[in-house]
Write a protein that binds this ligand. Structure first.
Ligand SMILES: Nc1ncnc2c1ncn2[C@@H]1O[C@H](COP(=O)(O)OP(=O)(O)OP(=O)(O)O)[C@@H](O)[C@H]1O
Ligand SMILES: [Mg+2]
Length: 237
């Protein structure tokens, strides 16, 4: 048992889809805790429930059982208004395919989220640290996949979230760009102190994590602390 304070504490988390013969158990009683400021990497085969787990932590779907405490607050008992407030206040989400708004510029895509926050980061400073300042007035289709993902990370970060949830953030990127994005996440973790959960198929990424969770058929089969994480720049696959 860690002496550090758990920031995300999940107990007996259950989720299924469908009923009767079509019933599919996707999360079968997940227990884990993630400390504040950790980088947690979740691995597992396709269909093992990784995205479902992130969506539940992110308050995008309801659990069928168990509890999800984030910063001492149980999401499973929040009403829709409070859940929306939790998502606005506490969460950043990054997806495999960026999900940028095509008709907004890079800067505007980030500004949209900034407006949701009471104390957003300075957008121009953030654009500079993302390496996007000179691309700020372009549209997503006019920049590379890596730059689009940087923009998506900026959009998640601009409200200075406590928790950054990333679902296959490098799944659509080549080796070199993937490493740049992982280095950016490492920087963000150090600079802003946000807790990061990265879901990936790439086991090599686990080496940069403080905690590694491995999911199989809706169960956690490995939950290990990594005493000496490797710098993202040193990863190889
Ligand atoms: N809305 C839904 N309705 C019905 N079944 C669903 C739904 N969402 C997910 N599932 C099923 O739940 C299981 C887990 O899905 P999930 O997306 O969490 O897996 P995953 O580990 O993220 O897989 P991948 O690595 O392919 O992204 C799968 O069998 C999937 O088909
Ligand atoms: Mg998935």
């Amino acid at each position: 048992m860690s002496t550090k304070q758990a920031y995300v504490q999940v107990n007996g988390l259950k989720k299924h889809y469908g009923d009767g013969d079509a019933r599919l158990t996707v999360l079968d009683g997940i227990d884990t805790s993630i400390n504040r400021g950790e980088i947690c990497v979740m691995l597992g085969p396709s269909g093992s429930g990784k995205s479902t787990f992130l969506n539940l932590i992110g308050g995008l779907e309801d659990a069928d059982g168990g509890s999800i405490m984030v910063d001492g607050c149980d999401l499973t008992v929040l009403n829709p208004t409070d859940l929306g407030e939790y998502r606005r206040r506490e969460l950043g989400f990054v997806f495999q395919f960026y999900n940028l708004v095509p008709d907004l510029t890079i800067k505007e895509n980030i500004e949209v989220t900034a407006h949701l926050s009471k104390n957003p980061l300075n957008i121009d400073d953030l654009l500079r640290s993302l390496g996007l300042y000179e691309h700020r007035n372009k549209f997503p289709r006019q920049v590379s996949g890596g730059q689009q993902q940087r923009c998506a990370i900026g959009r998640a970060l601009v409200k200075n979230p406590g928790l950054l949830l990333c679902d296959e953030p490098t799944g659509a990127l080549d080796y070199k760009t993937s490493k740049e994005i992982l280095q950016l996440m490492e920087d963000v973790n150090r600079t802003y102190g946000c807790t990061i959960i990265i879901v990936t198929h790439n086991a090599a990424i686990a080496r940069m994590a403080n905690r590694v969770l491995r999911l199989r058929d809706g169960c956690i089969v490995e939950d290990e602390l990594n005493e000496s994480p490797v710098a993202a720049a040193e990863l190889d696959w």
